[in-house]
Design a protein around this ligand. Structure first.
Ligand code: BGC
Length: 763
């Protein structure tokens, strides 16, 4: 491993020996040491060094072959590497060349890149970044857990933190110190193809989960830098399609979309990636109000801001707000970008330096960004080891990491409906599947590990089985393990299943009369624009399969494997049970089987409202005019399943909600709210108490319900528990007409299930 004791910016040569582990040295605070170090390194850099530091290229640009079409086996092209790292002084590389690599291969790549970096004049190490969004997605054999939408469904922030901490161990052990995760876009539109990358529709749940994930990545034993993306306003485009215009007034931006970013910045997140799209007609990469006034001044973010993929170029090539590349660079730098994810041309650093020489950008402006980039490299310890990967022998044991991924998969599985009468035990519902009869298993997601994992798994789209970890079971394989292979009667179909395929399976069911059928519905993986849809209704052939099976008199359990809820009201109506599995990852198959068998008592709760109709994208925090109809006809709020919904095999009833402070509160008070839970079943169960607030009258139309607090407790079989939750009156506010957060006095209430209590808030 290289040690930097003789380099121009060596810690010892600067008198900052404490950090380098020497004896003695000046007595300075860590913050002062960091500033002194960064300033000193910066002062020795040339204009070209600085422009290079602000440049990020994709790995393809230093490999043999063309970008997106590398020659196999992927390998470094030494002349391209020299050009990028030594001549152009590129400060950051990202991504894999198209698919996952073994830890050894990662070490080769990163070791070679850092060795080249050490030969340039500044010797600055390269900052490597990756999308390890549900585990080390591009390291073969890595432990892959649920995607974020599933993590949110656990409502278990401690578990999510642990999962992120474990993911960081494998990412860092692969030699990579910087992760492009978590996604803190609030997922309020099920059509959006990146919904599964979010923590769902609630700003509060996304904030709590985001903080947990950032702390897991950054504060564990093997820390990596988190990136909050995609700042901000990406997730609610009008068309529902990726990177299409969003119209989000400042008030709504602050109310619904900024809170998770604010919370994660407060928790110390080290970097932010910018939204690729436009908001209110302004591409966010060119919006200094969003990138400076809000991010820096209001949220106090001091870390590094990286663009998304090719987004500076898009300012002229797609958004048409800049004349040419140089114009676009000036715009983005003015707006507040620190690093450009170029990532497939060599021109950016050359043009950036040229713009400084021409006086269109000041060198002081470059210093501002380079200071942040060097600060991030410093915080990640890259100056201590030159960014070299740790010893391969220290790669963590999988057995120590699998627990949190498998547990998160289990806790995410959400039973939405369990109404059918059990075929063998008529006094029980259809789930858990007991008995010993045959179980007919079918549906396009039943035998696909890729369907369970979703995008960013082995490859960007996550759809190539060649990069799956051998030995991880598909849903039908796990069902065979759990129920016994002799009980499983599997009928494989693809997404393209025909009427003939359906007819055959249905005829077989009519003939054999299985105990029940489990139909695996859903979507195959997609990422970004490839997941755009014209119609949110679930594919007709899947619905036909479930309905035709039911028509034979077979009991049908639907299991949905997919990252966004698609409408399927008619099919839902005939299902005896319906289970949402989200994208539960490599351990998801076993989790599904354990829930179906009853080995695990389900505790997942929906982090998003499941729409009943294609045009009804409503959320739990909808307005009253979205709730009730003006006429006396059908209510507007008729979700198929509401946010927070989820059943267990032991019904817990909630009674006696009481605000312990009484019926009046003074501004600033913290309110304690008590509820009583009673587990009337015969199994211990984990209950998530979800508390909503209602502001009765407000100067901005109040929401029907707003998530304010949640708490998970284990309620033993047959027992009664009292649970207390706390809410500060300061959290009962909203963004007012002046676009500022305000709390207005007046009447409020809290609700858990059907229990409510109200109080008066006085100044
Ligand atoms: C995505 C980002 C991702 C980046 C780097 C972009 O296309 O929008 O989420 O981090 O690529 O892979």
């Amino acid at each position: 491993m290289r040690r930097f004791t003789t380099l121009p910016w060596s810690l010892c040569s600067m008198g900052l020996c404490c950090l380098a582990g020497c004896q003695g040295g000046v007595q300075t605070s860590p913050a002062d040491e960091r500033t002194a170090f960064v300033d000193s390194v910066l002062s020795a850099l040339s204009l070209e060094d600085k422009a290079g530091e602000m440049t990020q290229l994709t790995l393809d640009m230093v490999c043999v072959g063309k970008p997106y079409h590398l020659e196999e086996p992927h390998r470094i092209d030494t002349s391209k590497l020299k050009k990028a790292i030594v001549d152009l002084r590129v400060g950051s590389i990202l991504n894999c060349g198209g698919h996952a690599y073994s830890p050894t291969k990662w070490h080769d790549f990163i070791g070679t890149i850092q060795t080249a970096a050490a030969t340039k004049e500044s010797q600055l190490p390269v900052l490597y970044g990756i999308d390890a969004i549900h585990g080390a997605t591009y390291t073969s054999g890595a432990v892959l857990g649920p995607q974020q939408i599933g993590l949110a469904a656990t409502w278990d922030t401690a578990l999510v933190r642990k999962f992120a901490e474990n993911a960081a161990k494998e990412v860092r052990a692969s030699g990579i110190p910087w992760n492009f995760s978590p996604v803190l876009d609030v997922g309020r539109d099920a059509r959006w193809p990146r919904l599964w990358e979010t923590f769902g529709e609630s700003p509060k749940l996304a904030s709590d989960m985001g903080v947990a994930m950032v702390k897991g990545y950054q504060e564990g034993p093997s820390p990596i830098a988190a990136t909050l993306k995609h700042y901000v306003g990406y997730s609610r485009p009008l068309t529902g399609k990726d990177r299409t215009p969003a119209w989000i007034p400042e008030r709504q931006l602050r109310q619904y979309f900024l809170p998770p970013f604010a919370a994660a910045i407060e928790a110390g997140a080290m970097s932010v990636m910018v939204n690729s799209g436009e908001m209110n007609g302004i591409p966010v990469h060119a919006d200094s109000f969003v990138l400076r006034d809000i991010l820096r001044d209001d949220l106090g973010f001091e870390g590094m801001v990286v663009t998304d993929w090719e987004d500076i170029k898009y300012l002229y090539s797609r958004h048409k707000v800049a004349e040419d590349y140089k114009d676009a660079i000036v715009m983005a730098i003015d707006a507040g970008i620190d690093m450009s994810m170029v990532p497939t041309d060599y021109k950016f650093p050359v043009l950036l330096a040229e713009l400084v020489r021409e006086g269109r950008i000041s060198e002081a402006r470059l210093d501002e960004s380079v200071r942040r980039i060097l600060g991030l490299k410093y915080d990640l310890g890259l100056f201590e080891d030159g960014g070299m990967p740790p010893a391969l022998a220290d790669y963590p044991e999988k057995s120590g990491l699998e627990g949190s991924a498998a547990r998160a998969a289990l806790e995410s599985i959400t039973v939405l409906k369990n109404e059918g009468q059990h075929a063998i035990y008529p006094d029980q519902p259809i789930l858990p599947i007991g008995g010993n009869g045959k179980i007919l298993v079918t549906g396009p997601t039943a035998n696909s590990l890729n369907a369970l994992n979703g995008g960013w798994t082995g490859t960007w789209q996550g759809d190539d089985p060649a990069y799956n970890t051998p030995g991880r079971p598909t849903a039908v394989e796990a069902m065979s393990e759990v129920f016994g292979a002799n009980r499983i009667d599997f009928h494989e179909v693809g997404m393209d299943m025909t009427q003939e395929d359906i007819d055959q399976i249905v005829a077989h069911a009519a003939h054999t009369r299985p105990q029940c059928a489990v139909v695996f519905l859903g979507e195959m993986p997609y990422t970004e624009f490839k997941g755009n849809i014209e119609d949110i209704e679930l594919f007709e052939n899947q619905q036909e399969l479930a309905q035709a099976l039911k028509a034979t008199g077979t009991q049908v359990i639907g299991v949905y494997v997919g990252g966004r809820p698609r409408t399927l009201a008619e099919t839902d109506a005939i299902l005896d049970a319906f289970v949402m599995a989200y994208l539960p990852g490599d351990y998801g198959a076993r989790a599904i089987a354990d829930v179906l068998s009853g080995d695990f008592n389900p505790s997942g709760r929906l982090p998003i409202t499941w729409p009943r109709y294609a045009s009804a994208h409503l959320t739990h925090d909808r307005k009253h005019t979205e709730n009730d109809s003006i006429s006396n006809s059908e209510a507007l709020w008729r979700p198929l399943y509401p946010f927070g919904h989820g059943l267990s095999y032991s019904e817990v009833s909630t009674t006696g909600l009481e605000i312990l402070n009484g019926d009046t509160a003074v501004m600033g008070d913290v309110l304690d709210i008590k509820v009583t839970l009673e587990n009337g079943g015969n199994r211990s169960t984990t209950e998530t108490v979800i508390l909503y607030s209602q502001d009765h009258v407000a100067s901005i139309t109040p929401a029907v319900d707003e998530l304010k607090a949640f708490k998970q407790v284990v309620v033993p079989a047959g027992s009664t528990l009292e649970v207390e939750l706390a809410v500060s009156t300061e959290d009962l506010g909203f963004i007012g007409r002046e676009n500022k957060y305000i709390v207005e006095p007046g009447k409020f209430s809290f609700r858990v299930q059907n229990q409510t209590d109200e109080f008066l808030l006085v100044p």
